[in-house]
Design a protein around this ligand. Sequence first.
Ligand code: SF4
Length: 81
Amino acid sequence: MSAAGPDLELVVRVDQTRCVGTGHCAASAPDDLALGPNGRAYPTHPTSTARDQLSEAADLCPVEAITVHLARTGEQIAPLD
Ligand code: SF4
């Protein structure tokens, strides 16, 4: 299996009803998160392997709008309590 195999594929979700548009996440994970025209963040790709950046983005979000999941199992890997 390659380094970017299915076990490393992540799905990031943004709850747009929570997002207040600070932009912290887009700064932490600019390849995967951006602010849309409505001022709220959204994922720019269906999946990603940028675990560190996405975990940081989820941890930094002040309103806990971001969750990161393993694509294969759906297990949430960030934020963790
Ligand atoms: S860090 Fe959270 S509140 Fe700020 S733009 Fe990203 S999702 Fe929205």
